[in-house]
Design a protein around this ligand. Sequence first.
Ligand SMILES: Cc1cc2nc3c(=O)[nH]c(=O)nc-3n(C[C@H](O)[C@H](O)[C@H](O)COP(=O)(O)O)c2cc1C
Length: 178
Amino acid sequence: MSRKVCVILASPARHGSTSTLAEAAANAIEDAEVHIHFLNGLSFRDCVGCHACKQGKPCPLKDDLTPVLDDVRDCDAMIVATPVYFGRGTGLYYMYEDRTFKLYTEQKEPPKRKALVVVSAGAPVKHAEPTAERIQRILTRRNFDVSVLLHSTRDDGLPKDNPELMERAREMGRKLFE
Ligand SMILES: Cc1cc2nc3c(=O)[nH]c(=O)nc-3n(C[C@H](O)[C@H](O)[C@H](O)COP(=O)(O)O)c2cc1C
């Protein structure tokens, strides 16, 4: 049975730095079914904070993010990618993350899985660290063993012009199933 990789692209740029690196990592995995979720192409609402999920009731929101959350629950590995916006992930990323609240009830004991977090900054690479660390913490809580790929346009240029960085992304993708 082929392994399912769920890729969350939280940059509004479909072929920007984070998406390019995340897809390079995902496509390098052999025998994998890759599910790309480009959040900016979806229509979805923010969590309404009703706590229905905490009471074991279904989430009242049924929109384009609903199947994405099912995919996050059922995948064998994840890749989460966001640029740094004002020192944090994008609003798109946080809208997605808040909606994962229901998984804490729906999937009380998630299996041990691996995840790769890709964060791109315009400033020197240390500016990507706090964003990556925060996403890593959330994923660790969901039993993911997390590795991190940081990118800075200032330090590294664009990924498409940096073969070494692209190879690092591919290598990190392959390691998700080692
Ligand atoms: C609204 C906005 C806010 C940004 N804020 C930051 C920031 O706080 N720190 C930083 O290093 N780069 C910041 N950037 C630059 C992006 O993080 C950087 O260009 C990144 O490589 C974009 O990735 P993408 O091509 O995947 O969208 C910002 C860009 C935008 C559009």
